[in-house]
Design a protein around this ligand. Structure first.
Ligand SMILES: [Zn+2]
Length: 253
């Protein structure tokens, strides 16, 4: 049977993935850059030796990913333009992939702790240039006693996202946002199951203020340590404990 193993026919419906791979190769090789026009559909069909349907399918996927802007016209000058990938597109993709990968929660937390530690260090390092208001606003909102848990969770997310954005590294910020959003539902589930909520909320408030103070003081070392301890501590002491109950979900979703 060895001669047939691994040599199954390529399903026709998968041809578009090969077209996608070819276009990706051109982008990664630097032959296609932002603003460049892709060859017209007819030329792609000829050059790649595939059906028009496969080319169209591949272009649709790239458009949905925000990599291509829609085709202009139908004449000989038609062709899709390589677009700068909008931040939102990347964040959304990462979030969906993290959710769909059904990753163990521990892996997501490890990534979160590492990313947020780095972001906080960067933010503290450039405190002179950054606007602290986007961090201060959710911090103040969370101080409100009796704030509904869902709102607390949203401001908590906003606080961490603001730190990531203050770090000034867009890729790190996008990844931080995606990972934080990927655990949003898990955190909310945990928040809603906590019995001594006001006690936990008080602890989180205090930790957030210490993180903010370290960033404001430009103390990168403390800011990084505090954020990492906050992320790990909260998951270890609160989320895991609450979600370890039999009726709780076990994945990052
Ligand atoms: Zn937090």
């Amino acid at each position: 049977m060895a001669e047939s193993t691994g040599w199954e026919p390529v399903p026709r419906s998968r041809t578009f993935e090969l077209v996608l791979a070819r276009i990706e190769e051109q982008i990664l090789a630097g032959n296609l850059r932002v603003g460049d026009r892709l060859p017209p559909e007819r030329e792609l069909v000829e050059m790649l030796g595939v059906s028009r349907a496969a080319v169209r399918e591949a272009l649709r996927v790239l458009e949905a990913q925000g990599v291509l802007r829609s085709r202009v016209g139908t004449g000989p000058s038609s062709g899709s333009v390589i677009a700068a990938m909008p931040d939102e597109g990347l964040t959304q993709l990462l979030r969906l992939h993290i959710a769909l990968a059904n990753l163990p929660l521990d892996d997501v937390i490890e990534a979160r702790a590492t990313l947020e530690r780095a972001s906080a260090r960067l933010a503290a390092g450039r405190v002179a240039e950054v606007d602290l208001e986007p961090m201060r606003e959710p911090l103040t909102r969370m101080d409100e006693v009796g704030l509904p848990r869902e709102a607390f969770n949203d401001y908590d997310t906003a606080f961490h996202v603001a730190i990531a954005e203050a770090g000034g590294n867009r890729l790190m910020a996008d990844m931080t946002v995606a990972v934080r959003n990927a655990v949003r539902h898990t955190l909310l589930t945990a928040f809603n199951k906590i019995e001594n909520w006001e006690k936990i909320a008080a602890r989180l408030r205090a930790e957030h203020h210490r993180i903010y103070d370290a960033i404001e003081a430009g103390d990168a070392e403390s800011a990084g340590n505090l954020v990492e301890a906050h992320v790990r501590g909260f998951h270890h002491d609160v989320v895991q404990t609450v979600l370890d109950r039999p009726d709780a979900p076990t994945s990052a979703r």
